[in-house]
Design a protein around this ligand. Structure first.
Ligand SMILES: *Cc1c(COP(=O)(O)O)cnc(C)c1O
Length: 230
């Protein structure tokens, strides 16, 4: 089942890529969101060729990392990060996608410094101020973008966005468009110590539209593994 799902998602990504503007990236990075799934299930998707995994919780990721660390995978943290977990997160994650405050940026910088690492990060944007979601509000973004390049053990690589879960996907499309514009603006700021190349948006129910509107990283769980068991 996972194999068929994986192939279907890949095909959908290819179709969505063909629908987008020529100036957009040709490639999309597919993150297999493995939260709440077992190492056996993860191994199945790795056998299909997956190389990038996304986890929400540091503790859960650490347990899986221990068993899978020799597979040469890229590990992304996509869930909210508490400052008391930062020292563990910097040890295993290649990318922390959920940076949304100055306090968290400083904490990651400090722990990365201790282990001599430059930590790749994305800034998570809460575009429509959903109180149920984390992510930085637009009005607070400039200050965070000014701070991050001054922290030597952080490298800003782009933006992350979780769209509101709306029935009508055409209502989500303008938000993805707005994020793509914001991504372009941040690129054009030419921030030091940064390489703005990733726009991470799109999950199972909206990744095709996100890609059409310019996402080059999508985070897909359910469409690959089926529903999560809690
Ligand atoms: C769980 C999760 C996903 C994947 O969600 P699906 O709907 O299962 O594809 C993507 N992004 C984030 C931040 C998540 O927490």
């Amino acid at each position: 089942m996972i194999k068929e799902n994986w192939q279907k998602v890949q095909a959908n990504i290819a179709t969505a890529c063909q629908k987008r503007a020529p100036e957009m990236d040709k490639k999309v990075k597919l993150i297999a969101v493995t939260k709440n799934h077992t190492v056996a299930e993860i191994t199945e998707v790795l056998d299909c060729g997956a190389m990038v995994v996304g986890e929400n919780r540091v503790q859960e990721a650490m347990e899986k990392y221990e068993l899978l660390k020799d597979r040469g995978l890229e590990w992304h943290l996509i869930g909210h990060l508490q400052t008391n977990k930062v020292k563990y997160a910097v040890k295993i994650f290649d990318m922390i996608q959920s940076v949304d405050s100055e306090k968290l940026a400083k904490a990651i910088n400090k722990e990365a410094q201790k282990i001599g690492k430059v930590q790749d990060i994305l800034v998570q944007v809460n575009l429509v101020k959903e109180e149920s979601k984390t992510g930085i509000y637009l009005e607070d973004l400039p200050a965070l973008l000014e701070l991050i390049p001054t922290l030597p053990n952080l490298k800003l690589c782009g933006l992350m966005f979780i769209a509101p879960n709306l029935e009508d996907l055409e209502q989500v499309r303008p938000l993805f468009k707005q994020m793509y514009e914001l991504f372009g603006k941040v690129k054009n700021m030419h921030l030091p110590n940064s390489e703005i190349k990733y726009l991470s948006m799109g999950m199972t129910h909206d990744y095709q539209i996100a890609i059409e509107e310019g996402a080059n990283v999508v985070r897909v769980g359910t469409a690959i593994f089926g529903p999560r068991k809690y």
